[in-house]
Every structure is written in C-alpha cells, then in structure tokens.
Design a protein around this ligand. Structure first.
Ligand code: SF4
Length: 162
C-alpha cells in the first residue's frame, strides 16, 4: 500500500513493526476474522482476544526488556504476505485521536518513511490512502488510538475532501 514510499526489501530487513516491547505493545495490529484465522491455521498456538469488530493478539504481560514477536513473523518476514492486517499494510501511518479529531500521523520509528518530507507524505496520503484509512476507521473504530507523541501528525480528517 505504501510501496511508493518504502521498498519491500527495506521492510523485510527491518521488522521493527512486528516486534514489540512494553512501550509499544499497544501498536500490535488489529486483525479481521479472516486474517486472524489465517494466522491460527499457520500458528495454532497464536492467541487472540476480541476487540470491537476485530481481534488483537493476546500478548500477556511484558516486563523489563522482554520483547513480543507477532506470531505471523517468520524468518523470511510476515507469513501473511499481501494479506497482512490493514494496520500493517499502512504502517508507519496510524490513525489517532488528537484534540477531539481523527488524524493520520507517521511514526518516527520508521526512519525510512519519517525522514521523507512531510509535504511529500501528505501529498501521498491525499492521493487516496487517507480516504481508505478513514473508511477503515469507520468500520473498525477500535483501530484508532489516542495520540502518542512518537508520531508526527500529517493530516486532519477535515483536510480530506469527502
Ligand atoms: S501481521 Fe505480519 S506485518 Fe503485521 S505485525 Fe504481524 S508479522 Fe508484522
């Protein structure tokens, strides 16, 4: 979805968005039922919990320096390929609540995207992805997180033509 901004090979080498520590465990993706079942067929001991219209990984308690790896992450990358959750397909973009509005923000953890000019990222979002993201958030409101200050806000919802 964001191949124009980020090469597949860059993602494959990084995997930062698939491994979580206690600070960013809130970033684990939301799965729809089909995607959750794909993971469960490949990794039967993967545990999920219902969250609104979707499902989240049952991460348990992470303490200290412990890391939690998404069960869909294999040696060669995500086993879901192009069927990965929407959250993963758009990362490092996220939809968040900021000051009572929905916004699209970009994570500073993904240096490859975050270092690109924010004007360029805004223009890219306005080409169509922003509408898709807000439509997704309408369907899965639980995918919208409170603003986290590791993110830079790129677009407010009212900047997108309906
Ligand atoms: S579903 Fe795939 S891309 Fe998403 S966090 Fe898990 S391994 Fe990474």
């Amino acid at each position: 979805m964001i191949k124009k901004l980020l090469e597949n090979s860059t993602c494959a080498q990084c995997r930062m968005c698939c491994i979580f520590d206690r600070y960013d465990v809130w970033e684990t993706p939301l799965f729809d039922e089909i995607t959750m079942n794909r993971v469960k067929s490949a990794v039967p001991d993967a545990e999920f919990a219902k969250k609104g219209n979707g499902y989240v990984l049952n991460v348990g308690k992470i303490t200290g320096e412990e890391l939690f790896s998404c069960p869909a992450l294999a040696e060669n990358g995500c086993i879901l390929g192009d069927n990965k959750p929407f959250d993963c397909r758009i990362w490092p973009f996220r939809i968040m609540y900021f000051d009572g509005c929905r916004v699209i923000a970009v994570s500073s953890l993904c240096e490859s995207v975050h270092r690109q000019s924010h004007d360029k990222l805004r223009a890219f979002l306005k080409e169509g992805l922003a509408k898709e993201i807000f439509a997704y958030a309408d369907k899965f409101p639980e995918a919208v997180h409170e603003y986290y200050d590791n993110y830079s806000i790129l677009l407010y919802e009212n900047e997108i033509a309906k």
